[in-house]
Design a protein around this ligand. Structure first.
Ligand SMILES: Cc1ncc(COP(=O)(O)O)c(C=O)c1O
Length: 286
């Protein structure tokens, strides 16, 4: 067997300990982590099939059910950024030829529409100037005209700073046999959300915005109606990794949770101080 010399030498920089400057982060995220979250990130790995891991995943699921205010069983954390949850929602819900209605009042609607087009869905964009939100009347017109199977709205449109009202939109969608998908990446923890009471069928968020955890974990939940749509698909979703029926369905259907990248990111998210929905200023004054 031929012997080979190393053509690539070890990089100088990696021979030294990693150096990360201490900076005060005041942007929308990521931001400086709370000591409790930092400490959780330094915990040792455990195996993904260890019973303690199942318990941690189950507790994460309960945490997500709490912040989303949902009892949905199909509720899980995904290893990936907010974009991965957006893709998980669209890859699982849409099939080629499905009618898909998208509120485009900023870049997140644009991206949802782009993914819908890539899937081959008949994608209808309700385009609005940045700064606007969708009234129920506008949504109803879109539902009546396009008869979509899915409507996408962004609760906190971070590119324009708009907070989309959500009360009554789920009920409206269901009257038209349409499912409601809501992006709360920028708003979860900063604005009230009540997934079940608002009739939202698919809700997702990210870890590094208001929740103040490290980036790389996405949260997502599917209602029974959404789950039925996934289970009655005629075609397989294009993504294998994000397919909710395979290979992780055995995990999400059990008391445990779905895919998680590492025990540490799980613990970090778990130990984040979650807001209490009863303590929203707007709710206390109602
Ligand atoms: C409203 C909204 N949706 C989705 C995303 C995408 O999240 P991520 O950057 O974690 O992929 C962002 C990120 O800024 C966002 O603000």
């Amino acid at each position: 067997m031929a012997s080979h010399q190393l053509l690539v030498t070890p990089p100088e920089a990696l021979l030294k300990p990693l150096s990360v400057p201490s900076r005060l982060l005041l942007g929308p995220g990521p931001s400086n982590l709370a000591p409790r979250v930092l400490a959780a990130g330094g915990l040792q790995m455990i195996g993904h099939m260890h019973k303690e891991m199942y318990q941690i995943m189950d507790e994460i699921k309960q945490g997500i059910q709490y912040v989303f205010q949902t009892r949905n069983r199909l509720t899980l954390a995904i290893s990936g950024s907010g974009h991965s949850a957006l893709e998980a929602a669209l890859f699982n819900l849409l099939e080629p030829g499905d009618s898909f209605l998208v509120g485009v009042n900023g870049i997140w609607g644009q991206r949802a529409a782009e993914i819908g087009e890539r899937i081959g869905a008949r994608t209808h964009q309700m385009i609005k100037d940045p700064g606007g939100h969708y009234t129920k009347q506008e949504v109803e017109e879109g539902l009546a005209q396009h008869k979509p199977v899915l409507l996408f709205l962004t609760q906190g449109e971070s590119s324009s700073g708009v907070l989309q009202p959500l009360d009554g939109y789920g009920e409206l969608c269901h009257r038209y046999q349409c499912l409601l998908l809501v992006d709360t990446v920028a708003s979860l923890g900063g604005a009230p959300i009540h997934m079940d009471q608002q009739g939202i069928d698919i809700l997702y968020s990210g870890s590094q915005k208001v929740l103040n955890a490290p980036p790389g974990t996405a949260l997502i939940s599917f209602s029974d109606k959404a789950k039925n749509k996934i289970y009655s698909r005629k075609t397989k979703p294009y993504s294998f990794y994000l397919d909710m029926k395979w290979p992780f369905s055995f995990l999400v259907e059990l008391p445990g949770n779905g895919p998680l990248g590492s025990g540490s990111s799980a613990s970090q998210l778990l130990s984040t101080e979650l807001p209490s929905p009863g303590h929203w200023p707007s709710e206390n004054t109602q």
